[in-house]
Design a protein around this ligand. Structure first.
Ligand code: MN
Length: 284
């Protein structure tokens, strides 16, 4: 199932080039009180809601996908966890370019660990990436994004994929410079997620997915998740060895080689096998 959020926080099921509006199902969520949960309520309840979503979709009228504004498929992620330099060829290109590493020591992911991005950086694919410092270099990074479905602490690699709710296309936009990664990558609009979440049952094997990104039609990144240094399962085990992953947490699995700058007016098109394709603009 492809689940999306659209327009004024509506919930949808994507079928081909149309969306079935299943927002009525959200009435079945518990009434949360302060302090609000640190997880995403829709993702946390998805297993229970799924038959209700299917029933609602069967009765709903379809609206054209082209007519809606797509929001990020997770409304309230508690954490955005991201993997640095998780493709060998990208590690090599960063170490070879002062414009990329800025004198920072770039460690292998086993040594460097993971980092966090501010949840306030998250947008959907119908929004545009707004370059806050357009006089500095800003790069695209296409990544397979994993959406966590169940609480996970110290989960083994063998059990890791069982906690996945689904997958999406992620753009980990990056301001180049000497500051800490989490600071440079947490600018508003610098995490793009979409176009929807494909549920894990429809994408059982995330280890051989093509991912591509073009800028203004020029191919920049073209790789396959089989070349990840730490696989999706490795990353979930690694992250959950340090902290508990919660439903709705987003895991950006790292970008392959071919990162490059974007400037205002550019159009990025990113695609990942089985998930789909997104077109995202860049502005100042
Ligand atoms: Mn990245």
């Amino acid at each position: 199932m492809k689940i999306c959020r659209f327009n004024d926080n509506r919930l949808g099921v994507v079928e081909g080039d149309r969306i079935k509006d299943v927002t009525s199902v959200l009435d079945q969520l518990p009434a949360y009180r302060v302090p609000l949960p640190q997880f995403d309520p829709v993702i946390a309840e998805l297993t229970r809601l799924r038959p209700l979503i299917q029933a609602a979709a069967a009765k709903a009228t379809a609206v054209p996908l082209a007519d809606v504004r797509l929001l990020p498929p997770v409304g309230n992620p508690g954490k955005i966890v991201a993997a640095p330099v998780n493709y060998r060829a990208h590690l090599d290109e960063v170490n070879l370019s002062a414009a990329l590493h800025h004198g920072n020591q770039i460690n292998e992911i086993h040594r460097a660990g993971l980092f966090l991005k501010a949840t306030s950086s998250l947008i959907g694919v119908s929004d545009v990436v707004k370059l806050r410092f357009p006089d500095r270099r800003n790069d695209h990074e296409v990544e397979l994004a994993v959406i966590i479905g169940k609480p996970a602490s110290k989960v083994s690699k063998a059990d890791a994929l069982d906690v996945v709710a689904g997958y999406a296309i992620g753009l980990d936009m990056t301001l180049r410079g000497p500051e800490e990664r989490s600071f440079r990558k947490s600018i508003d609009t610098y995490t793009v997620l979409g176009p929807w979440m494909i549920t894990a049952d429809e994408l059982p094997d995330p280890t051989a997915l093509d991912l591509r990104l073009t800028v203004n039609g020029e191919l920049r990144q073209n790789a396959n998740t089989r070349d990840l240094i730490l696989s999706v399962a490795d990353l979930i085990a690694f992250a959950s060895s340090f902290y508990t992953l919660l439903p709705g947490d987003i895991l950006l699995t790292g970008t392959p080689e071919g990162v490059g700058p974007v400037t205002p007016g550019d159009t990025m098109v990113a695609s990942i096998t089985s998930i789909g394709e997104v077109t995202v603009g860049v502005s100042s």
